[in-house]
Design a protein around this ligand. Structure first.
Ligand SMILES: *Cc1c(COP(=O)(O)O)cnc(C)c1O
Length: 414
């Protein structure tokens, strides 16, 4: 087989036409600013789609998460429970405010925060009043159980819906479940502004605070009067033109992503792998990224250090490193699963809680084959998924012929 002539991307932006017209409008009217009709319209479209009352357009999803952390009132030294297996942007804004993330292990059912581990975490740290939870790869987490646990302990929720715009849990859009909610329009998300994000809420008061803080926190006075810390976080009206033009295509993108997921699923039929799972009864993911998890007994030997990886090729078996390297040889882009935060050098001193309680004492030792829980399954679920899983090329412009070739390449490695 020959490599692809044009690179097959993991997930790349897909423009449709209206985006450039809205950019031109901004240009022609000189609204080249952080004010303008595109911003107002993209906020309105976000509210309409997600079903919330207010949206504040910001420069990035990370900025939106930072505003969420500010609203939650995190003070230096406050511990905050956070998804462990996620992008670092879920967690870093907690640290911007001096908070101390304590990581909650993932579960196999959805690859998101494990409610059992969260419950254990509240037993260990009953003083915690905030939980930051992400919906990984567009798959809703068990938000109802997480909400019930948080209510029991009087904790608030920041919902990181950056990857899950358009996904539903029990018929309700993600981005509605948190006390504070964030979405992203980064270039590789399901729809994009090339950059950008939004804070979503039903509280006018919170929306007004974020509008103020994100525009340098000016007070109502004849001069620049400042009584609070301000930020330059507002979305540009040019970027908002792209977001505005993309919103009508969100459902089309989701349908394409779902078709990609289904094609992988049937194409891999018979292989010792599973696709990234979701609760088929209660949730509808947006299928942003298709991922696979290799069965334990079909893994060849793979060693991952801090910055490099190696593996020993073996007939009938493979590993994420071999698959990713092979895809790259054919000019296709895959990606490792988000490396869990609790094993990132910068977060190695932070707490980590598994379904059996404190994870630091139990998982910071080396056991051949990995540490198992009382149920015989790996105790550190996030690390296990990181070791055995990977994100597949999931670009919505990939043709079915191209995808079939990727399936064939991967099948050839087993
Ligand atoms: C992309 C992403 C973010 C951050 O969004 P930006 O717009 O890139 O700042 C936050 N959390 C998760 C889980 C993401 O994937």
């Amino acid at each position: 087989m020959k490599p692809f002539k044009e690179k097959i991307w993991l997930a790349s932006p897909t423009m449709h036409g209206p985006e450039i017209e809205y950019i031109k409008d901004a240009y022609a009217t000189n609204w080249m600013s952080t004010l303008g009709e595109n911003i107002e319209e993209s906020e309105r479209l976000a509210c309409e789609k997600v079903g919330c009352k207010y949206a504040v357009a910001l420069s990035a999803g990370t900025a939106a998460l930072h505003m969420c952390v500010k609203l939650a009132g995190v003070k230096p030294g406050d511990k905050v429970f956070c998804s462990d297996m996620t992008f670092s942007a879920t967690v870093n804004p907690v640290v911007y405010e001096g908070g101390v993330p304590v990581f909650i292990d993932a579960e196999y059912d959805t690859w998101n925060m494990d409610p059992v581990a969260l419950e254990k975490a509240f037993e260990l740290y009953p003083e915690v009043k905030l939980v930051v939870v992400a919906h990984l790869y567009g798959t809703p987490c068990k938000i109802e159980r997480i909400r019930a646990i948080c209510d029991k302990y009087g904790a608030k929720i920041i919902e990181d819906a950056a990857e899950s715009l358009g996904a539903l849990y029990k018929g309700v859009q993600t981005g509605n479940f948190g006390d504070y909610n964030a979405i992203s329009f980064n270039g590789n998300k399901i729809i994009t502004g090339s950059a950008g994000g939004m804070f979503l809420t039903n509280s006018l008061d919170d929306a007004n605070k974020v509008r103020k803080w994100s525009t340098q926190a000016r007070e109502n006075a004849p001069w620049y009067q400042h009584e609070e810390m301000g930020y330059n976080y507002r979305m540009s009206n040019v970027i908002a033109g792209v977001v505005r033009g993309q919103f009508p295509y969100l459902d089309e993108h989701i349908a394409q992503k779902r078709a990609i997921y289904e094609r992988y699923k049937s194409g891999f039929n018979g292989l010792p792998i599973k696709m990234n799972p979701y609760d088929e009864k209660n949730s509808e993911p947006n299928f942003w990224l298709s991922c696979m998890l290799i069965d334990e007994d079909a893994m060849c030997k793979q060693v991952r250090g801090e910055r490099e990886a190696s593996y020993v090729s073996e007939h009938g078996k493979t590993c994420p490193t071999e698959i990713l390297e092979t895809l790259a040889k054919y000019n296709a882009e895959g990606r490792p699963i988000w490396k869990p935060m609790h094993v990132q050098p910068m977060y190695r001193m932070n707490g980590f809680v598994t379904r059996e309680g404190d994870g630091r004492t139990k998982t910071n030792v080396y056991v051949e084959g990995g540490i198992k829980g009382a149920d015989g399954k790996p105790l550190d679920v996030g690390m296990d998924i990181f070791n055995r899983g990977l994100c597949l090329p999931s670009d919505n412009k990939m043709t079915s012929e191209q995808q079939d070739k990727i399936i064939e390449i991967i099948r050839g490695l087993f």
